[in-house]
Design a protein. Structure first.
Length: 386
C-alpha cells in the first residue's frame, strides 16, 4: 500500500488532500516522494515562518529537546518564561497564556473577556465578531466564526456570540448595544475569509468605541501575526492597542503553540485554576518560538514589505488577475480563471499555493529568497493567463 492509500484508509476524512506526498525540504523548497521540487508559498498555512528545517530554529528546538522536552505547568521552565517576557516587552502587553493552537488561544481570550465583565459586575457575556471572520474549529470558536456554513452541521453551538458587518461601524455599534457585548474580536486581515484587509478608520472606530465603553478589544493575530503583514502584529498597522491579542501559526515556526497575550486591563482576570493546558508552554515549542520571535527584527519586517510590494506590483499588472489584496506576505489574488485550476497549474509547474474562498492565497516564508520568489511569481502569472 502507498502512503496515500494508507492515509485515505486510516485518517479521518476531514481533509481533501492534493495528490502530493511531501517528504523533505529546505527553506522555501520542498520535495515530493519522487524527488520533484516545489517552491513553497504555503508554509503549512502560515506556520513555517523561516521555511523548512531552518537552521537556527532546528538548533533551538534540538537543544531543548535533548535537555528537557516536557514538564508540567506545576514547575517553571526557562523557554516559557523567556518567550512570555520577549512577547510582552516587544508589544507592551502584560501577560501571556500559552496554548497549542490558534483556536485554543481564542478560547482563552473568550474566557478572559467573559470573566472580565463578570468581575466588573457587568451583566454582559456576548462577544461580537465580524461576518466573514474565522476564529477556529473548537465549538466556541466556530460559534465566534462569522460564517454560517461552518455552523450548520454542529448545532447547537455555544451561545454568546453575535456578528456584525466588517467595515460598517454603525452596524458594529448597534449590534454591540443591542446585545450588551463584553468584547469585540476582529482579524485585521480576514484570512480564511478571502484575505480581506479591514479599513483603517473602521478598526480605529471599533477601538475607540471599545475603550469608551469598557468593552475588551481583542485582535485575532493567529494568521496575521509574527511579521506576516510587515509589522510584528497586524494591529500595529492601524495605530490601535488591543486589550488582548491571540496568536499561533508562525510563532511556532512548525511546532504547535498558541498565545493569548493580555494587556494591563485584563492581566489579572484569570487566577489559579481558572484555565490551563497540559502542553501549553511546552519547553520545546517555546524554545522554537523564541528563536522565531527574536528574529522578527525591523530589517526582516522591511524585507517582508519590500517583497510584498514586488508581488503586488507584478501580479496586479497580470492579464489573468482581477485584483490583489492583503498586507505584507499575506496575499490574496482574485484570478479570472477558477482558483482551483490555477492552484493545480502552479503545482504542475512546481509552485505550491493556497486558496481562501475564491482567491489564490500566498503565505510564503518571511525570509524567502528573492530570486525564488520571482521564479514563483512567474509561474503564477502564466498559470493565471487566460
Ligand atoms: C484568524 C484565525 N484564527 C484562528 C485560527 C485557528 O487556528 P488553529 O488552526 O491553530 O486552531 C485560524 C486558522 O486558520 C485563523 O486563521
Amino acid at each position: 500500500m502507498t502512503v496515500k492509500s494508507i492515509d485515505k484508509q486510516y485518517v479521518l476524512n476531514t481533509y481533501n488532500r492534493f495528490d502530493l506526498h511531501l517528504v523533505e525540504g529546505k527553506g522555501s523548497v520542498v520535495k515530493d516522494e519522487n524527488g520533484k521540487e516545489y517552491i513553497d508559498l504555503t508554509t503549512g498555512i502560515g506556520v513555517t515562518a523561516f521555511g523548512i528545517a531552518d537552521e537556527k530554529w532546528v538548533e533551538a528546538v534540538t537543544a531543548q529537546l535533548t535537555t528537557l522536552q516536557h514538564t508540567s505547568n506545576l514547575y517553571y521552565t526557562t523557554p516559557c518564561a523567556m518567550l512570555a517576557k520577549a512577547i510582552c516587552e516587544k508589544t507592551e502587553m502584560s501577560k501571556v497564556f500559552f496554548s497549542n493552537s490558534g483556536a485554543e488561544a481564542n478560547e482563552c481570550a473568550i474566557k478572559v473577556a467573559r470573566k472580565y465583565a463578570s468581575d466588573k459586575g457587568y451583566d454582559r457575556y456576548n462577544i461580537l465578531t465580524l461576518n466573514n471572520s474565522f476564529h477556529g474549529r473548537t465549538l466556541a470558536t466556530l460559534s465566534a466564526t462569522g460564517q454560517q456554513h461552518y455552523h450548520e452541521l454542529f448545532n447547537p453551538l455555544p451561545a454568546g456570540f453575535v456578528h456584525a458587518d466588517a467595515n460598517d461601524i454603525d452596524c458594529v455599534i448597534s449590534t454591540a448595544k443591542e446585545n450588551n457585548v463584553c468584547a469585540i474580536m476582529i482579524e485585521c486581515v480576514q484570512g480564511e475569509g478571502g484575505v480581506i484587509r479591514l479599513d483603517t478608520d473602521f478598526v480605529k472606530a471599533i477601538y475607540s468605541y471599545a475603550v469608551e465603553n469598557d468593552i475588551l478589544f481583542i485582535v485575532d493575530e493567529v494568521q496575521t501575526g509574527n511579521g506576516r503583514t510587515g509589522e510584528l502584529y497586524a494591529y500595529m498597522n492601524y495605530s490601535v492597542k488591543p486589550d488582548i491579542f491571540t496568536t499561533a501559526k508562525g510563532l511556532g515556526g512548525g511546532l504547535p503553540i498558541g498565545a493569548c497575550v493580555v494587556g494591563e486591563k485584563a492581566q489579572n482576570v484569570l487566577g489559579f485554576g481558572d484555565h490551563g493546558s497540559t502542553y501549553g508552554g511546552n519547553p520545546v515549542a517555546c524554545a522554537g518560538a523564541l528563536s522565531v520571535f527574536e528574529r522578527l527584527t525591523d530589517e526582516l519586517l522591511a524585507e517582508v514589505k519590500y517583497k510584498s510590494q514586488y508581488v503586488f506590483d507584478a501580479l496586479s499588472k497580470c492579464d489573468g488577475v482581477e485584483s490583489v489584496s492583503g498586507m505584507g506576505l499575506m496575499i490574496g489574488i482574485k484570478t479570472k480563471k477558477p482558483v482551483g485550476d490555477v492552484i493545480k497549474e502552479c503545482m504542475r509547474n512546481g509552485v505550491l499555493t493556497l486558496s481562501a474562498k475564491d482567491k489564490l492565497r500566498l503565505l510564503p516564508a518571511l525570509n524567502i529568497d528573492f530570486e525564488i520568489l520571482k521564479k514563483a511569481v512567474d509561474v503564477i502569472k502564466s498559470a493565471c493567463e487566460i
